[in-house]
Design a protein around this ligand. Structure first.
Ligand code: ZN
Length: 282
């Protein structure tokens, strides 16, 4: 069938980064205030699962090993509901602060935590804060990962992540070779965290606290643009339970999902999407 705009079904990957307390610990914040912001993420898991169950949507949860070890009950609920659980560091550590061995060790430790709760080896990854190093692709391939979802090279088109790029400031950028690791691209503009989360540090204020209807109008326009211009594409949406779990945002997300369900899109896990891409490109 030709790709007539609007007729070929596109894919939405709904993803939840269940960072919980690890996000705050990774920033050196150990006092009860910030810790409680992370705790709220665990509190919100049942309502998120109920929302997904009601709509028969299967999602991918990227969960740091520290969250799995702290909240094994909530993580078991996620797995038992049929959602995919994938890697997201151990303590939400930015990989650029680790050497290759440290990056591998954190991922191995996290994978073991996930295996204890789910019984399977996670084969997908999202780096904490979408940080990335020249070693990340090789580390993930060494772990047997099939896909990553941390880069921004395209918007609706999965691609194969590269190794061996050379950034020479004195000449053109030299692109390395594509590997077998499927990349499911993300964007800060399709991430709830910078839109909604209020954050004050010693040096900056991230105002957040936007209206869900205005934010999700942007999200829906990105979905509609995909349907019109790149039917059959993939759009990855990113949420954080500690952010999206507040009442008004949940209501906004419910409206967004219901609007998407009226369109020619299907909701699939990242793993299913990566495998479909690999089959299609074989
Ligand atoms: Zn995260």
């Amino acid at each position: 069938m030709p790709d007539t705009p609007g007729t070929r079904e596109s894919t939405i990957c709904l993803t939840f980064d269940f960072d919980a307390i690890s996000l705050w610990l990774a920033r050196g914040q150990t006092s009860p205030g910030p810790i409680s912001r992370g705790e709220f993420g665990a509190h919100a898991i049942p309502r998120i699962l109920a929302m997904l169950r009601e709509r028969e949507i299967t999602a991918t949860f990227f969960i740091p090993g520290h969250t799995v070890d702290t909240y094994p009950g909530q993580c078991a609920m996620i797995a038992d509901a049929g959602h995919e659980i994938a890697l997201h560091g151990y303590l939400h550590e930015p990989v650029s602060k680790l050497d290759r061995a440290g990056e591998l060790a954190a991922a191995q430790r996290a994978r073991e935590s996930i295996r204890r709760v789910t019984g399977y080896e996670a084969v997908g990854n999202r780096t904490p804060s979408w940080d990335f190093t020249p070693s990340t692709v090789d580390v993930l391939l060494e772990l047997g990962c099939e896909y990553d979802s941390s880069l921004m090279g395209t918007d609706y088109t999965p691609y194969y992540a590269r190794r061996g790029d050379v950034a020479d400031p004195d000449g053109p950028y030299r692109f390395g070779e594509p590997t077998s690791l499927v990349e499911l691209p993300v964007s800060w503009s399709l991430d709830d965290y910078p839109q909604f989360e209020y954050l004050r540090t010693d040096t900056a204020i991230m105002p957040g606290l936007r209206s869900p209807d205005s934010v999700f109008r942007n999200f829906l326009d990105d979905v509609d643009y995909m349907i019109r211009e790149e039917p059959g594409g993939v759009c990855v949406l990113t949420f954080h339970p500690q952010v999206i779990g507040r009442g008004h945002r949940m209501m906004g997300l419910e409206r967004l999902l219901d609007a998407c369900r009226e369109r020619p899109v299907s909701f699939r896990t990242c793993l299913d999407t990566a495998r479909a891409f690999r089959r299609g490109s074989a």
